[in-house]
Design a binder for this molecule. Structure first.
Ligand code: HEC
Ligand code: HEC
Ligand code: HEC
Ligand code: HEC
Ligand code: HEC
Length: 218
């Protein structure tokens, strides 16, 4: 039988076939990598803000308490952002002519809030509550990283469902004492296994229900 395709054409055909069959697999793998990558989750990225507010300077070097500006964090679902008046308690006297602070002065003068861009923003179908975590042994830095070292705010964790569940399955490994909640450099100690078990009982946490869908999707 005469060859319909020449050897060369046959080779091209095979290569083409490999490309066609292989492409979806390559796309799937790279798509997955993209989904998991920090580009997608925006971990470590800065967000442009109306004023380049520095946590490193204010919370780190000046040592202003997180709760001075995020007043809801222990009492409510939302930590909240400070109104312009909070900035002006200091900046009506300090750095009063700094161009960097012009938007803050304008905000006060025109009685329009500064439009801070969200850095952490869960989809609307996810329920989250700060007070539940902060009052039950989970510190800021477990979810936000070392905020006191950040010149500009950035996401330290992906805030994906898998990330939430990783802690909800076994919270003991991340639990701290009450006086350690605002410690931005906290790390589990060598005896965290024992400590965690004790703290689980201390806070009365029952991890068995924490992975139910209805906890976060209500
Ligand atoms: C002097 C006021 C002030 C203090 C003190 C302060 N913050 Fe903030 N914080 C802000 C402002 C203003 C923003 C919004 C601008 C930004 O994202 O940088 C913000 C944003 C944040 C965000 C991101 C919000 C978002 O958009 O998702 C986190 C997380 C945060 N602060 C945590 C902390 C922690 C933890 C501390 C204590 C170590 C702290 N802050 C202390 C004023 C403050
Ligand atoms: C408790 C006092 C205090 C409060 C409240 C405060 N600041 Fe400041 N801020 C300072 C001081 C002190 C400096 C630094 C001056 C210097 O460099 O010596 C400063 C500096 C700044 C600077 C200059 C850049 C930098 O970080 O060095 C910006 C911008 C700024 N603050 C924005 C804000 C905003 C926005 C708020 C409100 C969310 C705010 N500050 C609240 C005390 C305060
Ligand atoms: C268990 C994880 C977790 C802990 C612990 C945590 N946060 Fe958050 N934080 C988040 C998530 C998730 C968001 C985004 C919420 C959303 O989009 O509705 C957020 C948002 C914020 C915001 C933006 C404003 C708001 O209320 O949504 C601020 C400010 C903030 N956190 C400050 C803090 C401070 C200060 C602490 C410690 C006292 C803290 N957080 C502890 C997970 C956490
Ligand atoms: C580092 C650990 C940790 C991380 C990360 C974490 N959580 Fe939690 N979460 C806890 C603990 C511990 C409790 C239990 C408090 C209790 O049982 O009293 C809890 C409780 C909750 C509750 C309340 C449960 C109830 O019984 O009503 C909600 C809602 C919740 N978490 C949502 C989230 C979401 C959404 C995320 C991710 C964005 C998240 N959590 C990330 C530790 C964590
Ligand atoms: C501890 C909190 C938590 C629990 C428990 C939880 N989820 Fe989620 N879920 C999330 C968060 C956070 C997101 C948003 C993820 C994102 O934005 O990347 C999410 C997203 C989703 C999505 C959207 C698609 C996706 O993957 O982005 C679906 C569907 C979903 N969850 C289903 C479920 C089901 C079914 C369960 C129970 C088996 C469940 N979730 C339990 C926190 C939770």
């Amino acid at each position: 039988m005469a060859q319909i395709f020449s050897r060369r054409a046959d080779l091209y055909f095979r290569l083409g076939l490999i490309a066609v069959l292989g492409l979806p697999i390559v796309l799937a793998i790279s798509g997955f990598a993209y989904y998991r990558s920090s580009y997608f989750t925006k971990v470590g990225e800065y967000v442009a803000q109306p004023v380049p507010f520095s946590h490193k300077h204010h919370a780190g070097e000046l040592g202003i308490d997180c709760r001075y500006c995020h007043t809801g964090v222990e009492k409510a679902a939302f930590a909240g952002l400070p109104p312009t008046e909070t900035c002006m308690t200091c900046h009506s006297q300090l750095w009063t002519n700094a161009p960097m602070l012009a938007p803050v002065r304008l905000s006060l003068a025109t009685d329009t809030p500064l439009r801070w861009q969200r850095v952490h923003d869960l989809p609307d179908y996810v329920y989250f509550d700060h007070s539940v975590h902060v009052n039950n042994g989970v510190g800021c830095s477990s979810c936000h990283g070392n905020v006191k070292s950040m010149p500009l705010m950035m996401k330290a964790e992906p805030l994906s469902m898998g990330w939430c569940l990783d802690c909800h399955r076994d919270p003991a490994k991340n639990l701290r004492r009450e006086d350690e909640i605002f410690d931005m450099t906290w790390h589990p100690a060598a005896d965290q296994d024992d400590k965690g078990r004790m703290l689980l009982a201390h806070y009365g946490i029952r991890p068995d229900h924490l992975t139910d869908c209805s906890v976060c999707h209500r």
